[in-house]
Design a protein around this ligand. Structure first.
Ligand code: BG6
Ligand code: MG
Ligand code: MG
Length: 221
């Protein structure tokens, strides 16, 4: 039986993935760079600076920016993002998520957050969900972001739980890769084209049903 659930934040608990997309798009267009949702899939789960690098790499004619200039651009993106998330409140919790958290607690499981975002603790507070979490890993707690497993192993280590006793939920390919590398059971939210390596895949968060996830976990182990 599993001992812990570790949740990604953006795109799993709440749809801030959309706000990240809009904020990056705005910054990119100011630089004359255009990208679509298909490309945006590659930005999911990736740190702020890595995302900026990927966007700048889209246009070979863009001059090389200094680290200082890149930090300014990343800060500008975050300002756009902060404007967009100002209105986030408990009505922005994605369907099925709070019910799943309640089931986790009823079953006496540990619950952690494994997010690449520096804004994660603030968003969890805005959603009113902080009380469910025994431990929170955000970008400030890890050296190597997803797809490195460190985000998730840091959470499991803090909880004192073996990696194979953890179930992780992710909407990003980089996050599924991180979970699989950590030897955790990976639950993907999205479509098979983007998340081919998830141990168990659901189309959206309303399909995240506690008993079904446990059943799939037990089949695998
Ligand atoms: C991840 C998102 O959770 O956090 C990425 O999936 C985002 O899209 C990353 O770039 C970093 O977020 P922040 O809030 O630190 O810029
Ligand atoms: Mg995500
Ligand atoms: Mg995340």
């Amino acid at each position: 039986y599993p001992q812990a659930f570790i949740y990604d934040l953006d795109g799993v608990i709440t749809d801030t993935a959309e706000f990240h997309f809009f904020a990056w798009k705005k910054l990119a267009e100011e630089l004359g760079i255009f990208f679509d949702r298909q490309f945006n899939e590659q930005l999911k789960g990736i740190s702020r600076m890595d995302s900026l690098d990927r966007i700048l790499n889209l246009d070979p004619s863009i001059p090389a920016f200094s680290l200082e200039e890149k930090e300014k651009l990343a800060t500008r993106k975050n300002e756009y993002y902060l404007e967009l998330i100002e209105a986030v409140d408990p009505s922005h919790i994605l369907p099925g998520i709070e019910a799943l958290l309640i089931e986790n607690k009823k079953a006496n499981l540990k619950v952690a957050l494994g997010s690449a975002s520096k804004n994660a603790p603030a968003i969890l507070d805005k959603l009113g969900l902080t009380g469910y979490f025994d431990y929170i890993v955000d970008a400030s707690k890890v050296k190597r972001g997803k797809p490195d497993p460190e985000t998730f192993t840091t959470a499991a280590d803090a909880l004192g739980i073996a990696y194979w006793d953890c179930i992780g939920i992710e909407d990003a390919a980089a996050g599924i890769e991180a979970l699989n590398k950590a030897k955790m059971f990976s639950v993907g939210v999205g479509d098979a084209a983007h998340l081919p390596h998830a141990d168990y895949l659901v189309g959206n968060t309303s399909e995240l049903v506690f008993e079904k996830i446990i059943e799939q976990y037990q089949k695998k182990s």
